[in-house]
Design a protein around this ligand. Sequence first.
Ligand SMILES: Cc1cc2nc3c(=O)[nH]c(=O)nc-3n(C[C@H](O)[C@H](O)[C@H](O)COP(=O)(O)OP(=O)(O)OC[C@H]3O[C@@H](n4cnc5c(N)ncnc54)[C@H](O)[C@@H]3O)c2cc1C
Length: 468
Amino acid sequence: MSAISVSVRDGIVDRLRTRLADGAVLSGADIGDRYSVDYTGENPHRPVAVVKPGSTDEVAVVLRTCSEFAQPVVVQGGLTGLAGGATPRKGEIAMSLERLNGIEELDPVSMTITARAGTPLQAVQEAAAEAGLLLPLDFGARGSCHIGGAIATNAGGNQVIRFGMARNLVLGLEAVLADGTVISSMNKMLKNNAGYDLKQLFVGTEGTLGVITRVVLRLVPRLSSRCTALCTAESFEHAVTLLRTVQTGLAGSISAYEVMWASYYDKVLEIVETLRSPFADSHSFYVLVETEGVDQSSDAERFESVLAGALESETITDAVIARSEGERQTFWAIRDGVGEITPALSPYVPLDVSMDIVAMPRFLEAFDRALAAELPNSLNLVFGHLGDNNLHLFVTTDHEAQNDRVVELAYGLVGECGGSISAEHGVGSLKRDFLHHSRTSREIDLMGRLKQALDPRGILNPGRVIPG
Ligand SMILES: Cc1cc2nc3c(=O)[nH]c(=O)nc-3n(C[C@H](O)[C@H](O)[C@H](O)COP(=O)(O)OP(=O)(O)OC[C@H]3O[C@@H](n4cnc5c(N)ncnc54)[C@H](O)[C@@H]3O)c2cc1C
């Protein structure tokens, strides 16, 4: 049996070499470690071969060939994913899209940009900025992740409250199905109700239904003014009231609303020695509010007046407005300090969940109670994009053997609160078996039927997203 599978595998690598450009297929020692695991570092596996198509036609050739051989393929973008989706499983070929790179068109009249899927997100942002426009999709992995990967995972980030997730920016795309069929839907219009919106089959489906090869994205005018403040609140209800206050008073201009629970804020300031809190006292909640607009002086006036009103009504207890880019960066360094504190806190479990704002206190109370009962030494550090319903939790444990229990407890409670086990990082292979906490059996069954219809041989990213 194993001799047959090895000869099939040898056969496919040779066949791919004859059908693709020189150097597009790596095997054996040439593969190296780069293609073995995504950013999680979990369950690394060296792929059987790595193919690097340089065009949509070559992607189609790879998939057609893999389909003929019933050869499983894992699609790889920048490998910054946090759900294990791009990590090869045993016996898989990895298809890396790194050679499918480059901006094809920037259309300043339509305010759109057309890029190949393997273009780094930052390169797309920079091309837009050169034309005086903004791609309002941004997060920490911008330099390494691909635009195709960001769309395949429907990535979020810090500006979702204003511009939505990656899905909201995709006007058109081109994708290749598992059998090599190219579906070109390179639409530039905002309105197009002529039949099914087929691009949605590929946005957020993590490469299970097709490989994204090119995209058309919506751009917005670049914003020229910015106001940032760090505020303190003494209860979750006050943090929510402040959200509604700024959404009303600063209508349409909020670009970030980041809430840090004291557990997280205090730990960042304890560990990162270069950071200082701008407040003399401790508080229960810290809120980073940022707006972007087009007139610094009038925007700042309105911003200050809304925060003054919030202080007067005792919604917040203190507020510091950034008076320089340096001060603004300090506020953001506290919010982004998670990357700096986690090495000191290992082992830990990172969780990315979402739920109705109303359910958040109930969830956190129940989760903290369960942790105290079962893992009394653990710490639960919480921060989140509150306006997007998104909570990030970092739970420390005594040893890694406890991590699975933390995940079970958290996802069980997320399910009970009607929330999602994945707010923005996707399901991949790591959260697949927990999907039932957030999706009904009929929803999961429909996902399976779509998968079967588009990939009947099950060669494309098998074992990701859909349980079973
Ligand atoms: C430091 C850091 C910060 C991050 N911050 C955020 C954040 O704020 N918000 C957020 O939402 N996410 C965040 N992420 C995770 C984010 O989802 C990924 O960074 C990014 O979206 C994945 O892009 P990638 O090209 O690296 O994809 P990969 O990791 O290579 O792949 C991810 C998944 O997409 C599939 N895929 C990749 N390319 C394609 C394609 N062209 N066609 C079809 N399927 C494809 C893969 O098979 C896999 O299932 C962060 C990650 C890091 C490391």
